[in-house]
Design a binder for this molecule. Sequence first.
Ligand SMILES: [Zn+2]
Length: 390
Amino acid sequence: MKNGSQSRLSTARHEKEFASLRDLSARVGGNPLLVQASNGNTSIKLDGILWIKASGKWLAHAMQEEMFVPLDLVEVQQSVQDEMEIASPYTPNHELRPSIETAMHAVLRHRVVLHVHSVNAIAWAIRLDGPDLLTERLDGLPWQWVPYAASGIPLAREIQKAVASRPETDVLILGNHGLVVCGPDCHAAEKLLGEVERRLAITPRRFPKPDTTVLAIIARFARWQFPDVDLLHALGTDAASRKILRGGVLYPCQAIFLGPTMPLLPPAAVISKFTWSGQDTTPVFVAVERSGVMLNEKMTSAERATLMGLVHVTLRTEESARLRYLKEAEVMGVLNQGARGYKEILVAEEAKSPSEIGQFDWQPKTISKRNENHRESASSGRHRQHQRGV
Ligand SMILES: [Zn+2]
């Protein structure tokens, strides 16, 4: 990579380490069970410079795009101490702003820090009994639980407190948020991430298949389409997932990308008065009880990736689990303090380069074809035979 930022890598060894970070970032970012859209961030500390992923960038693109911002580590640490916003004096490209989670990376002593929104980790991190259950799962690893705090300085301060008494900590479970894994180099951090993921792994619950009869009514309205993967239907067909979603917001990305309340409708509401058809208030998806999910064709690939992540989490969470939802003030904090700006970057980027990543079919022609196929299937009753089949 030839650019302004590379000139700050003083030795060939550092260039190699930086290349390893990009390589690892792309691998981690390419795993939808670890990272969804632009969430997750990685960093490396080299010669007093903290290289941190830029806000709004997708880790999955780390090999194709410049996305790491070089910051003076001591200055960032001082900003955290003073509770000041982190400046980015070394940013060669003004479009790159350091991640909102930069402060957290700066207060950890490790050379390499990986922060992911692992769906397995989140499924533990939303449980009130998470710390107890993880004591057994993570036994022998230097780990700690950090209760929910807003991203930025508040979370960094909580982490600072946690590691002050146990500096050997390499793994942090962030309540209602995700996972942090650290190491002296990329190889060690990736190996530890693999071990933690192995221990946190939960087999997702199977869910009933969609019933397209009611969904076909929505498909007749402009801008609504059937999802291209059955997994998304679980938010409507899986009773436990519906119950979990009714409880509120489980983690910040859910509120940022999908809104503070989930659009769950009973089938009767669709049949009698479905009116969402392109107004500003139209949600990006709608889940119909026992039927499945329909997507707003204006849904961005970031919103879709977040929705997929949410399904992965709810299918890994037992109906009987006692969960900690974000408090109203915490949700408001997420939506009002910088999060909106964060999302605006994503939307602007997508406008420039439509989703190469999204495995999402954006062609209106094909969408109507997909809806057409579903209508035919629904009317012939073939799909209904499969409903609640598992
Ligand atoms: Zn995060």
